[in-house]
Design a protein around this ligand. Structure first.
Ligand code: HAM
Length: 417
């Protein structure tokens, strides 16, 4: 019997893991510099946590959750995103007692039972950030600035930074009323999904990609025209802050996001290079969620980067090599094992990736193997070499070779990286 991985779930093989490690390391270094601390929450949570925070009428909750009963009949779910879990952990562990702001990041798998397609998986990975305790727009500005720095690290420059405001408790009801008035006599011309949305979560019709709906919804009222004064000021200060960071952004009044917990600012980083799944990162402010879950009233904001999509983008534009040289340490003669071990120890100390022969075999076979492995360098340790403390080295691609002390070889290899 042959097993395959589940639909929408895939293996990340060593060749690609290399890139993943690099992305994750770069994110950690950047976020730690801005005083974000890593938080690790369970992958399985009470289903209710997500139903209540993401919203019962969202696509994620309605159709995409991996939800099931545990052995005692309790409803549990694989996390479809990280924000709800971090908010739960923030409240459960009374992290609000620590000095504000509290800043967290997480890296890990998320699960959504979506129809798999290019850039969309059922198990995917996010690098996420959650920032608690500050209500000024300088928070969102810093989050977008962090995304900008992160993507610049990989020379990913053709990205769009899109922002919008979804208003607050005060201004939203007015908008909703005018939206319903507008949609009321158009329902029959909308797709079946939009008809459902009209009843359960009308704002989501703005997200519809069906061209017929787009036409009908051309003059749909937009939240941005209904903001109360406080929300307007918040949004305009955010724009000034983004200007002072020198970030090229644009206002996209159509962004509504697929999760219900947002208040005021929402943003997306999009690309034209990945087809329909064009968001590489997204986030926003959620000032009411902590209190909603029984914590003290705490403003908060965050974002999540979709790692699979970043990997795809980097692969498309990779202009730098991530591989460190691979060195094959070959041996000639019987009494050299000790020295081979010493050479390997020295090389790994210097950060070179090392391979060797583990079995009793001829030098000729070892060199053939080194060639097959496409190693970049070979160093030969033989009895003669040990006596003179001079080792033969060869750079495989160019065919250049010589004899030198280990220290000198390391120097040559570093200079020719
Ligand atoms: P989200 O927009 O649902 O937001 O997901 C963030 C990113 O995760 C997306 O922009 C996309 O790159 C990636 N992503 C989402 N679904 C998939 C999928 N099925 N396959 C591959 N990649 C995917 C959130 O999850 C919020 N928790 C972000 C946030 C944090 N807001 C505040 N704090």
């Amino acid at each position: 019997m042959i097993f395959n991985s589940l639909r929408g779930m895939r293996d990340i093989l060593p060749e690609e893991v290399h890139l993943w490690q690099h992305i994750e390391e770069s994110a950690k270094i950047l976020l730690e510099l801005y005083n974000f601390k890593e938080i690790r929450t369970p992958i399985l949570e009470q289903a209710e946590l997500f139903l209540k925070s993401i919203g019962e009428d969202t696509d994620i909750v309605e159709k995409e959750m991996y939800i099931f009963d545990d052995k005692k009949g309790r409803k549990v779910a694989l996390r479809p995103e990280g924000t709800a879990s971090v908010v739960r952990a923030y409240i459960q562990n009374a992290l609000f007692n620590n000095p504000s702001p509290q800043k967290f990041y997480y890296i890990g798998p998320m699960f959504r039972y979506e129809r798999p397609q290019k850039g969309r998986f059922r198990q995917f990975h996010q690098i996420g950030v959650e920032f608690f305790g500050i209500s000024t727009p300088s928070v969102e500005a810093e989050l977008i600035w962090l995304l900008n720095q992160f993507f610049n690290k990989f020379e990913l420059k053709n990205l769009n930074y899109e922002i919008n405001s979804l208003g607050c408790k005060k201004c939203r009801p007015l908008y909703k009323e005018s939206l319903l008035n507008f949609l009321n006599n158009k329902i029959t011309s909308l797709c079946s999904d939009c008809q459902r949305r009209f009843i359960r979560n009308p704002v989501r019709v703005l997200d519809c990609k069906v061209s017929g709906c787009k036409e009908v919804l051309k003059n749909i009222p937009l939240m941005i025209d209904y903001l109360c004064n406080d929300c307007k000021v918040h949004f305009s200060v955010l724009q000034k802050e983004l200007d002072s960071f020198g970030i090229n952004y644009f206002i996209n009044p159509q962004i509504v996001r697929g999760l219900d917990y947002y208040t005021r600012t929402v943003f997306e980083v999009t690309t034209t290079l990945l087809g329909a799944q064009n968001a590489v990162a997204a986030g926003g402010r959620y000032d009411e969620l902590v209190e909603f879950f029984g914590g003290p009233s705490t403003p908060a904001a965050g974002f999540a980067i979709g790692v699979e999509r970043v990997v795809e983008l980097i692969k498309k534009s990779l202009s730098f090599s991530l591989k460190r040289p691979l060195v094959y340490v070959a041996y000639a003669g019987k009494e050299v094992d000790q020295e081979v071990k010493r050479v390997i120890k020295e090389l790994t100390k210097e950060g070179f990736i090392v391979e060797r022969a583990y079995e009793d075999t001829s030098l000729k076979n070892q060199l053939k193997k080194a060639d097959k492995l496409t190693v970049e360098w070979v160093i030969i340790v033989g009895e003669e070499e040990i006596k003179n403390s001079l080792y033969k080295w060869k750079k495989m691609k160019e065919g250049t070779q010589g004899e030198a002390s280990l220290e000198e070889i390391i120097k040559i290899m570093k200079e020719n990286r």
